[in-house]
Every structure is written in structure tokens, then in C-alpha cells.
Design a protein around this ligand. Sequence first.
Ligand code: NI
Length: 136
Amino acid sequence: MLKRFTISLDEKLLETFDAVIKQQKYENRSEAIRDLIRSSFVEEEWQADKDVIGVISMVYDHHQPNLQEKVTEIQHDYHHQIVSATHIHMDHHNCLEVVIVKGKAGSVNELADRLRSQRGVRNCKLAMSTTGRDLH
Ligand code: NI
């Protein structure tokens, strides 16, 4: 059931908000505010080390000695947290690996940190999402 409530905002802040959500292609304020509230819940889940879901995407040079083995070894250390992994050979040097992860926020963060800090890993991002259990 939808409930309505009123928000009081400083005029300048509201103008900025409207400009930003227009740029982000929101059709109305309500959906933009709903998304903001949801993303603050997602953040809270990650902060509180709750069960979360996320995507690690990393780009690395497979010519870097031992890196491929190291990436595999690290992922095996966290096999409970890994749902799936996809490897794409982007060009002669670079590989893209996309890993879907699930589990306690702390362990998922730790996995991303370990991958990111390897020499030859050019870029490693963790997109944090939520299991959706507490999200409506
Ligand atoms: Ni590759």
C-alpha cells in the first residue's frame, strides 16, 4: 500500500534536486526519493556486515607472471561467497572477470580487496547491492 507524506525542503536544495533527477532521467520526484531511500538501506546493510549480494568486475593483464593462478587461488579461498564467475578475453593482454558474490559484507569486501591489490590488476570494482530481503 502506498502512503503519502510531505517533505519540506529549502528552495535552492529542491531546485538542485529537480535538476539532478532530470539529468538522471527520473520522471518524477517520488521514484527518485524511493531509490535514494533504498540505496541508503543497501549502504546500511553493507556497513552492518549483513548478508549482501554484489558484483566484482576486474580487468587484469594475463601476461603478468602468476597472476592468473593467484586470481584463481584467491577465488577458491572464497568459494562459499562466489555464485558465478565469467571470464572474457578482451584483447591480447587484458582479461575482464565478472564475479557475482553473496555473503557477509565483510567477507565479500575482503575478497574484492585481495583481488584489487594484486600486481597486474588494472581495475577492480565492487558494485554493492542487496539480497532484497529487507527491501520493498
Ligand atoms: Ni583472458
